[in-house]
Ligand binder design. Structure first.
Ligand SMILES: C[S@@+](CC[C@H](N)C(=O)[O-])C[C@H]1O[C@@H](n2cnc3c(N)ncnc32)[C@H](O)[C@@H]1O
Length: 254
C-alpha cells in the first residue's frame, strides 16, 4: 500500500466502530432504507460488488437474500466489522481489502453498488471512480449509488439539505475521511456517460422531512458503444485531497 492509502485506511479504521451507527442516527434510519431499496432490482444467485462497503449493512442483507456478494474496502477495520456481521447472520461473502482502483474484474458483476463511497472523492476523481466501477459491471448489468441527495424542492428544503449535509461533511472532513465538495447529482453524471438511469428514489429525513438522501438505479446497456465508460487502467493514488488539504487537483503520482 502507498503511504496515502495507508493513511486513509487508518483514518477509516478509527471510524469503523461508530460509522454505521452514527450515520443511522444522523439519517433517522433513512441511509439504510435507501441502500436496501436497491435489493428489489436483484435476483438470488446474481453477483453484486460493493465498492467502499464499509461495515456493510447493505452487503450483509444482500447475502441473506441469496446474492453472491463481493465486498471491497481499503479499511481492514471496516471489513472486520462486516465479517462479524456476516458470521452472526450465518452467511458468506468475499471480502477484499484494497484500493477500489486496483480491482480490475472488468465486466464480471451483475451489479456494482457504490453507496456513500463516491462522495469520498473530489469531482474529477469521483468521475474516474464512477467510470472504473461501471467498467466492472457486465453489459446489461446494474449500477447503484445511494448517497446524499443534491438540494431539491422549495428553497427552505434546499437550504436545509445544504446545512444538514455540510455539517456532516465538516465532521468527516475534520477526521480526514472526505474532501470538501458539493453534493453530487449522480443521475446526471451517469446520463452524461450514456448510462440508462432507471430510477431515482428520494428519501426524506424521518420519512416526512426534507429530501436528504437518494438512491439511483441504472443499467449499463449491452448495446452501449461509443460512450461505453473505459475501465481505469492506471491506478491513481487514493484520494490524496483527503489527506492533503492544500491540494486542489487530482494527483495521480505515488
Ligand atoms: C463513507 S464510507 C461508506 C461505507 C458504506 N458504503 C456505507 O454506506 O456505510 C466510505 C468507505 O469507502 C472506503 N474507501 C475510501 N476510499 C477507498 C478506496 N480508494 N478504495 C476502497 N475503499 C475506499 C472507506 O474505507 C469507507 O469504508
Amino acid at each position: 500500500m502507498k503511504t496515502t492509502e495507508r493513511k486513509l485506511s487508518r483514518n477509516y479504521d478509527r471510524a469503523a466502530w461508530f460509522y454505521e451507527a452514527s450515520s443511522n442516527i444522523y439519517s433517522t434510519g433513512q441511509i439504510k432504507v435507501a441502500k436496501l431499496s436497491q435489493l428489489r432490482f436483484m435476483q438470488p444467485g446474481q453477483s453484486i460488488l460493493y465498492l467502499g462497503v464499509g461495515a456493510g449493512e447493505d452487503a450483509c442483507e444482500a447475502a441473506k437474500q441469496g446474492l453472491k456478494v463481493t465486498c471491497l474496502d481499503i479499511s481492514q477495520g471496516m471489513l472486520n466489522r462486516l465479517q462479524r456481521k456476516l458470521d452472526r447472520a450465518g452467511v458468506d461473502a468475499e471480502l477484499i481489502c484494497g484500493n477500489a482502483f486496483d480491482h480490475c474484474r472488468f465486466g464480471e458483476y451483475d451489479a456494482v453498488a457504490t453507496n456513500f463511497f463516491l462522495n469520498c472523492f473530489k469531482r474529477p476523481m469521483m468521475r474516474e471512480m464512477m467510470q472504473h466501477a461501471l467498467g466492472l459491471v457486465r453489459p446489461g448489468g446494474r449500477f447503484f449509488v445511494a448517497d446524499v441527495s443534491p438540494p431539491q424542492g422549495s428553497w427552505p428544503a434546499r437550504l436545509f439539505n445544504i446545512a444538514y449535509s455540510k455539517w456532516a461533511m465538516a465532521a468527516f472532513w475534520i477526521m480526514r475521511l472526505v474532501p470538501w465538495h458539493e453534493n453530487y447529482n449522480y443521475a446526471d453524471e451517469l446520463r452524461q456517460l450514456g448510462i440508462q438511469v432507471d430510477e431515482v428514489s428520494n428519501f426524506r429525513l424521518a420519512g416526512f422531512g426534507p429530501i436528504m438522501f437518494q438512491s439511483v438505479a441504472a443499467t449499463k446497456l449491452a448495446n452501449l458503444t461509443s460512450s461505453v465508460p473505459k475501465p481505469h487502467l492506471g491506478v491513481p493514488n487514493v484520494a490524496p485531497e483527503v489527506l492533503d488539504r492544500r491540494s486542489s487537483g487530482v494527483n495521480h503520482g505515488s
